[in-house]
Design a protein around this ligand. Structure first.
Ligand code: FAD
Length: 480
């Protein structure tokens, strides 16, 4: 019997497995594919995800395999420089292919003790008061206390739960692949520049010697389970560019749509959903993987608390309360961005207007903070603006703040040096007189780096420690 079974070892499942292992939860990840997928889908990690990698000690490995690029030009691919002074020690885009991210996250989860079984497709589930029975395609049945569906947009877990997935179906489809070309680079660059004037869904980018990543609009919407052929690519390139650039020898070929959907619920009893299993949207702005990894960091410590037995009653439900609105917002911003890609005169006029508005620093900053997820503020009730936001990776006496969050515990930063985490010290670390960079007396951080409390009063603090971290281990509650 495992504590948690995770269906799917994509970026969300792998990150969640590692988060749970930080708290010694027995985790099994079941992955349908026998080999890791090699499709290079993503542009990269945005600021908040980079920060999360720093918080878990993973950033060095990611930086070795990726490339830093400016944190700009994401919103509807409108080309504006990043606003000055973004509030992050990691204010860049980390260009890194999705298969590399998944490999590094899976490696990290396994190092921490997670078990990953490949070639195991979850096909059914049943839950009762004690746990969940998971059935695999070969008929094997496994038991765990909780199950998390991180099994992508066509999630079997979500379907078996009967959770609704309302939204819009795909209206357009795009072919994407890595192929060798048969014409000189200059010829391709000139043609791509010409077409980019009118069609923003078309691109050929060099991806190594003679190999190009080709993105070209498909003729219509087809069955996404059926991979496109080399001839499909040639045909569409000839239709749109007047030449097929002599493409041949594909490394891989794929297609994606622009369906936009959000799960009605993220939790049904002992089964939860995260990542693409809970939300899908067009890839514009490069947010899907980032959103899933951030779901995992929000859910991991809460589910671990539930399993370890110290979670306050409502803690696990704050996962949906906090993350559903974030996904709703991402879906909406991708809808808006897709409209701005249209070549119709109306959307083009709105695009020109927005391009002008982005010259105002505040507009540019608002959009970048939205796409990179550093603007997120969870609703923890009334309080200063910092409450519910993530604390940036500020310098503290011991080095960088995020270096103190590797173990996924809470943290009290106490400038007054008068407060104590008392009976919660098995879950929450304490740092006295941490830094002058903090302009408030004390801050309580959750394991995901969000500010749970600001103040200087011990009784207030105890209330908030109870709210987020349950009863103190020694059972003592200070006299009022
Ligand atoms: C062209 C394109 C470009 C993109 N660019 C970006 C980008 O730049 N930035 C960004 O953040 N996002 C981007 N995305 C989105 C990103 O790829 C997804 O949001 C991300 O992969 C979601 O991760 P996930 O782990 O939730 O799901 P997935 O990556 O889909 O992983 C799900 C895993 O579950 C497995 N699985 C499925 N069914 C089962 C089952 N029944 N049992 C067991 N295992 C199962 C699958 O094999 C897979 O390994 C892009 C997407 C596309 C299509």
């Amino acid at each position: 019997m495992f504590d948690v079974i995770i269906a799917g070892c994509g970026p969300t499942g792998a990150m969640l497995a590692a988060e749970l292992r930080l708290h010694d939860v027995r985790v099994l990840v079941l992955e349908k594919e026998t080999e890791p997928v090699s499709f290079v889908r993503i542009v990269g990690l945005h600021i908040r995800s980079i920060e999360l990698m720093a918080m878990r000690g993973l950033l060095e490995r990611m930086l070795e395999r990726g490339r830093r690029r400016p944190a700009a030009g994401f919103f509807a691919a409108i080309n504006k420089p990043a606003p000055a002074g973004l509030d992050s020690a990691h204010a860049y885009l980390l260009g890194i292919p999705q298969p590399v991210i998944v490999h590094l996250l899976e490696e990290h989860a396994i190092e921490l003790g997670a078990q990953v079984r490949r070639g195991c497709a979850v096909v059914d589930l049943e839950q009762d008061d004690e746990g969940v029975t998971v059935e695999l395609a070969d008929g094997e049945r496994l038991r765990s206390r909780y199950l998390v569906g991180c099994d992508g947009g066509r999630s079997a877990v979500r379907k078996r739960l009967g959770v609704g997935f309302p939204g819009e179906p795909s209206r357009t489809e795009t072919l994407m692949g890595e192929l060798e070309v048969g014409v000189p680079q200059e010829e391709i660059a000139a043609k791509v520049a010409e077409i980019a004037q009118t069609d923003r869904r078309f691109s050929l980018r060099p991806f190594g010697e003679r190999v190009y990543q080709v993105i070209v609009p498909a003729a219509g919407v087809s069955d996404r389970a059926v991979p496109p052929t080399l001839e499909d690519f040639r045909h569409r390139l000839r239709t749109i560019a007047g030449t097929d650039f002599g493409v041949h020898s594909p490394r891989w070929l794929s297609r994606f749509g622009d369906a936009t959907r959000l799960a009605e619920r993220y939790r049904v009893g002992r089964v939860l959903l995260a990542g693409d299993a809970a939300h899908i949207h067009p890839p514009i702005g490069g947010q899907g993987l980032n959103l899933g990894v951030q779901d995992a960091c929000n859910l991991g410590w809460k589910l671990a608390a539930q399993i370890r037995g110290w979670a306050p009653d409502t803690l696990l439900d704050t996962y949906q309360a906090e993350r559903h609105p974030v996904a709703e917002d991402v879906l909406d911003n991708t809808r808006a961005q897709m409209e701005l890609l249209s070549t119709e005169p109306g959307p083009q006029a709105v695009r020109r207007l927005l391009t002008e508005l982005m010259d105002f620093d505040e507009v540019n900053r608002y959009l970048i903070e939205k796409i990179t997820a550093i603007g997120i503020r969870y609703d923890f009730g009334a309080g200063p603006d910092l409450l519910g936001r993530r604390l940036p990776d500020i310098d503290v006496k011991q080095g960088h703040l995020y270096g103190l969050l590797h173990r996924g515990r809470g943290l009290l930063l106490d400038r007054t040096e008068r407060l104590t985490v008392g009976g919660w010290s098995d879950r929450v670390d304490y740092l006295a007189d941490p830094t002058a960079a903090l302009d408030v007396p004390c801050v309580l951080l959750r394991p995901d780096g969000h500010v749970a409390w600001i103040g200087d009063d011990q009784q207030d603090l105890d209330d908030q420690l109870s709210r987020w971290f349950g009863k103190p281990a020694d059972g003592t509650v200070r006299e009022r």
